[in-house]
Design a binder for this molecule. Structure first.
Ligand code: BJW
Ligand code: ZN
Length: 252
């Protein structure tokens, strides 16, 4: 289903009026760049594994080579992907709203490559690596990505892993605090391409709403966030967001 023109212009008007806006994105925003979403589309070789098991300390301990291989494949897919019109529209939005905070659950760097300058990666980044034990940063060498086992930490000898947030782990403290404050303070929150099932990220739009913000959700499917949102723009981010920017330009 495609979001209606009048709801797009209503959303454009609300965003234009905002003094402070926050945007929460999820895997759906990168789907049109060919990056598999977390829940929908683990494809090919990986379709027989449960991503919720792989993205965990328990999964890594049980089979470090399997988890390393999964991340190296996904890193390769991210590096080969290009930002789509949805990413680019959000980068444009940054310049159209007085205060704009982009909070992403995505571990890819497509927002940055589309031109967004300030991105809060609350679930970490797939192209950064650290020790699983002492957290020491690790610069990945070309050969290491092709090894079956993850590299060893040069400080403590434990395993290196991508610097992402697995189930049961805490968000990076400073980034999470900034995301929380943005949700608390914004008068408008735009949510794009998240299923709204992973906490505490999914709490942010509810927090914003509780503090009086207007919430707009963009997603082809209904979910707990779209049900609570003031406006639900049903459709793909790469189609709805450019139309939203165009409608904002028409408001001038
Ligand atoms: C489109 C589209 C298009 C398609 N355009 N849209 C409270 C209640 C219940 C459970 C918990 C709770 N608090 C904590 C928990 C446990 C757990 C949790 O939430 N579990 C739930 C699954 C039930 N949370 C945690 O464990 C968190 N940690 C924590 O709470 O720690 C506290 C603590 C610490 C220490 C001690 C004690 C307590 C950590 C969560 C970390 C999540 N990490 C992951 C993996 C990152 C690395 C990796 O990718 O490998 O992050 S999980 C995965 O889900 C990934 C994503 O960022 C995240 C969200 O997924 P997202 O973005 O919503 O994607 P999908 O695939 O679910 O949905 C795609 C959406 O796009 C769909 O809606 C489509 O319709 C849409 N779409 N095409 C727009 N073209
Ligand atoms: Zn270490």
């Amino acid at each position: 289903m495609m979001a209606q023109l009048d709801s797009i212009s209503q959303a454009a008007h609300l965003i234009r009026q905002a003094h402070s806006a926050a945007c929460l994105t999820g895997a759906g925003v990168s789907a049109e760049s060919g990056i598999a979403t977390f829940r929908d589309a683990q494809s090919g070789l990986w379709s027989k594994f449960d991503p919720q098991q792989l993205a965990s300390q328990k999964g890594f301990a049980a089979d470090p080579a399997l988890v390393w291989g999964w991340y190296m494949d996904r890193l390769h897919a991210v590096e080969a992907a290009l930002p789509n019109p949805g990413h680019r529209a959000l980068a444009q939005l940054e310049a159209l709203v007085p205060a704009f905070t982009l909070i992403t659950q995505n571990i890819d760097d497509l927002h940055e490559r589309a031109g967004s300058r300030q991105v809060l990666h609350i679930h970490g980044r797939i192209n950064h690596f650290r020790c699983n034990y002492c957290r020491y940063d690790h610069a990945l060498q070309v050969g290491e990505r092709h090894n079956s086992l993850p590299p060893q930490c040069t400080v403590c000898g434990d395993r290196v892993r991508p610097d992402v947030v697995w189930f049961g782990e805490s968000m990076p403290r400073r980034i999470w605090d900034q995301a929380w404050q943005a949700a608390e303070r914004c008068d408008l929150m735009l949510v794009v391409g998240t299923s709204g099932v992973v906490y505490p990220a999914a709490q942010l739009p509810f927090l914003a709403k509780e503090r009086g913000a207007t919430v707009i959700d963009v997603n082809p499917e209904c979910n707990p966030i779209s049900e609570m949102a003031d406006l639900f723009l049903q459709g793909a981010g790469g189609e709805v967001l450019p139309r939203l920017i165009a409608a904002m330009a028409n408001e001038d």
